[in-house]
Design a protein around this ligand. Structure first.
Ligand code: HEM
Length: 534
């Protein structure tokens, strides 16, 4: 592989003739003389199998659909730029966070999680907030949500969570909504979801506009500077328009009248020059402070309260250009938090670790094989050279005899790059541990931050949470699930549980010990689970 980025169109450039302008052609360049009628035997048919123009056109149409994303199927994208305020070299060597002059191009996709591609924008749901930075060191994707925590602590529970939230398998009901038995059954059996459920029942789940949402990287990531010193980092996006929501009855109304409400709002804002802006924030925790908190930094159901570690705003993202083509860009973009650059690294958060596998795996199916990084929206702005070859829909024409390393036949073959020259080196974290299938004891407090969140809300916001829970649980047919969920709510806040119970015409059951986290094996050490004081 010498020059793997050579495209056939470039190779044959010398022979190209674009003089035809907009003359209609087949995919092989044959000019089409009649696009209105198929080839027939006589005036009134039958149509002839020979009609390669008809066959090409219909075959292509028949193959237009690709699978929608297994989650976050409905979304809207936009292009923009990111500009750094201040050099962050003290904490990270990532070039795009060291250079205040350069504007880094970005592509962003906002999404709902549960609904299918055609579902309403204003469903009560988490919103995806995925940002790709096309940096001079390769693509860096910050694949976040508009809520800072997640439902589960370990990626092995993700398929269960999504099976519970998606429409039920027998009748495919309900579309894009969490108000049904399987969702609340799962949630009520998974106390670790308590914190996220409070966010999902809050106004955050009904954003007024994509332009008015915060974004969060959720996991704790790692920054590494040029000296190899690491710190922990949480990423935030702060919208300059502020955070705003609609009320639930407005959401229901809008969903009926304009299911494209958020998509249209984003498109129109950008078309009219009202470019949405967010500041990128970071919370930095020095490595030596890893165990200073009463929660685990590796637990994605926890935030780092901003009172403990303030968010520093380090740069600004402006979305200033709508995509030219929804399918080519918004649909085919393949985000992945494994798309990383030197100076940024992962942590051992078990949710993050599972995601590192999931995205590429699903994209291999969704985008039809191993060459989806060559789709224009996925190509980095820097050259790509390696020994990979072949596969479905390969776009590059890799010239030359060799595609292996080491190799002595080709002095142009791709070479690995030293750390000093920007080669990616994983942070050499020291690990000394037994191999076990377990959940850390440090992950077991499921209610303190759920309570913290509820108490941080204003009275009208608290009422919205009560109303949301009453509406949602009111749709649950199985009374035992409603009651189990009331038990969970009572561990968050007794007043909250009492109000929801009143709305449902039920009593709050007394919960005498920590509800069993069904995702923890029955033979786990019982000392790991302390009784809850009620
Ligand atoms: C898609 C965020 C957890 C699997 C997405 C997208 C976002 C996102 C924003 C949409 C990307 C796009 O616009 O194309 C998150 C966040 C998580 C989380 C913030 C937790 C902190 C997980 C976990 C898994 C997972 C634990 C699996 C183990 C997927 C898959 C897709 C997806 C398979 C579809 C990707 C595609 O088809 O291109 N996620 N996710 N996610 N997520 Fe996650």
């Amino acid at each position: 592989a010498t020059e793997p980025t050579n495209l056939k169109s470039e190779q044959l450039g010398q022979f190209r003739d674009d003089a035809g302008g907009r003359q209609m052609t087949t995919n092989t360049g044959l000019k089409i003389n009649d696009d209105q009628n198929s080839l027939k035997a006589g005036d009134r048919g039958p149509s002839l199998l020979e009609d390669f123009i008809l066959r090409e056109k219909i075959t292509h149409f028949d193959h237009e659909r690709i699978p929608e994303r297994v989650v976050h199927a409905r979304g809207s994208g936009a292009h923009g730029v990111f500009k750094l305020y201040e050099n962050q070299a003290a904490v990270t060597k990532a070039l795009f966070l060291n250079d205040t002059e350069t504007e880094t191009p970005v592509f962003v996709r906002f999404s709902t999680v549960a609904g299918s591609r055609g579902s309403t924008d204003l469903a009560r749901d988490v919103r995806g907030f995925a940002v790709r930075f096309y940096t001079q060191e390769g693509n860096f994707d910050l694949v976040g949500n508009n809520m800072p925590v997640f439902f589960i602590q370990d990626a092995i529970k993700f398929p269960d969570l999504i099976h519970a939230v998606k429409p039920e398998p027998d009748n495919e009901i309900p579309q894009a909504a969490s108000a049904h038995d399987t969702f609340w059954d799962f949630i009520s059996l998974m106390p670790e979801s308590a914190h996220m459920v409070m966010w999902a029942m809050s106004d955050r789940a009904l954003p007024r506009s994509y332009r008015m949402m915060e974004g969060f990287g959720v996991h704790t990531f790692r920054f590494v500077n040029a000296e190899g010193v690491a710190s922990f980092v949480k990423f935030h996006w702060k919208p300059l328009l502020g955070v705003h929501a609609v009320a639930w009855d407005e959401a229901q109304n809008i969903s009926g009248k304009d299911p494209d409400f958020h998509r249209r709002d984003l498109w129109d804002a950008i078309e009219s020059g009202n470019f949405p802006e967010w500041e990128l924030g970071v919370q930095i925790v020095p490595e030596e402070d890893e165990f200073k908190f009463d929660f685990d930094l590796l637990d994605s159901t926890k935030i780092i309260p901003e009172e403990l570690v303030p968010v520093q705003r380090i740069g600004k993202m402006t979305l200033n250009r709508n995509p030219d083509n929804f399918f080519a860009e918004t649909e085919q973009v393949a985000f992945h938090l494994g798309h990383i650059v030197p100076g940024i690294d992962f942590t051992n958060d078990p949710l993050l670790q599972g995601r590192l596998f999931s995205y590429t795996d699903t994209q291999l199916l969704r985008l039809g094989g191993p060459n989806f990084q060559q789709i224009p929206i996925n190509r980095p702005v820097v050259p790509v050279h390696n020994n990979q070859r072949d596969g479905f829909s390969r776009q590059n024409i890799d010239a030359g005899k060799t595609s292996y390393s080491p190799n002595s036949l080709n002095n142009n073959s791709p070479e690995q790059v030293k750390a000093e020259q920007g080669g990616y080196v994983t942070f050499p974290e020291r690990i000394e541990a037994s191999k076990i299938r377990a959940r850390s004891k440090s992950f077991r407090d499921h209610f303190s931050q759920a309570r913290l969140f509820f108490h941080s809300q204003s009275d009208p916001e608290k009422n919205h949470i009560v109303d949301a829970l009453s509406f949602e649980l009111g749709k649950v047919k199985t009374i035992a699930i409603r009651e189990r969920m009331l038990g969970i709510l009572s561990l968050i806040d007794k007043g909250l549980a009492a109000e929801v119970a009143y709305a449902l015409g039920l009593h709050v059951p007394q919960v005498l010990e920590t509800p069993v986290n069904k995702s923890i094996p029955a033979d786990a050490n019982v000392e790991d689970y302390e009784p809850v004081q009620v």
